[in-house]
Design a protein around this ligand. Sequence first.
Ligand SMILES: [Zn+2]
Length: 371
Amino acid sequence: MVDFKEKNTLVVYSEEYWKFDFGRTHPMRPIRIKLFYMLLEELFGADSFFVYRSPSSISEDFLYTYHSKDYIEKLKSEIPDLESGLGTFDNPLVPGIFEWAFEAVKGTVTASNGVSEFRVNFNPGGGMHHAHPSKASGFCYLNDIVVAVNIIKRERPDLRILYLDMDAHHGDAVQSFFYRRDDVLFISIHQEDIFPLSGKIDEMGEDRGYGYTVNVPIPRYSEDEDVWYIFEKIVFPLLERYEPDIVFVQLGADAHRDDPLTNLYLTTGIYKRVSEELARLFKGSFVVTGGGGYDIVNVARIWTIFVSSLAGVKVPDRLPEKFLRISIMEGYDGPFIEDIPSWSGLKSQIKDTVKERVDFLIKKIPLLARG
Ligand SMILES: [Zn+2]
């Protein structure tokens, strides 16, 4: 067991993350990362439970553990190429795009290098789970998650990694890479029938990877209770039975009820509850990345709540003054950090579709079926 530092949380910090603009009509607003840092700083101050670390430089060669050389060349050239998903509305080719995407990879590698020192290692710039080996997709150009896992595995191939994808969208590219392996347990909870349309319940891995890919698509308007039910019945039992060495969390914040791109009905309550329970059940290190999230005030609130709860730190009730002023301009009139709880605690409210899918997985996934 690792003896963690007293300041038990590493937050990767880079101003490069928001020196970038996808244009006024694009939903991805990198400034959300600056807003998150501001909330963290204003709430907890400099002498706090976390330390900042800049992304450390890594060799470009690590990108080729996942991406094709040809694709990286195209990305660097900044010439539109539809076959590679480059220069589309979703994935515009703005000047410096390679460096920006590479910075996020460096950030997630820095976070995963922190596991021997810190309990929680968060890279808000990472979580690009739709980036394929030779194709940009869904605002993702380089897959920081797969590259970081590959680097960990190079030195310690025996380490078992549980990857939990909380983004409202399916983590398609990450799933594909580990689909035939049992040394990474991939779990994704996501809204059904939206981009990228994969992540059906019967996608459960292949060969020795069978049962190590677990998808729980959920219907629109799913609420905190639905998701908590999935955690109780599927995610927490998998965590206890798989006994991972490291837990990776892709913390997309776009499953929140106010997110403009999705139709789920989650509140900050579920993020807090899940985070507290993960911290209780797993005593090793967490690597947490950002992900989607298109209401920037909610992104900052959810990331702050999740990361501090994981670190065992109580979140103050009210938004600090400077952050609140910005929130009001963004349409959130606070003043509380957490949403008003919508939790009824009634099992009878859980959607039938969710119950059926959970039952299906309990029967089919060997780790769950064995008892
Ligand atoms: Zn998403």
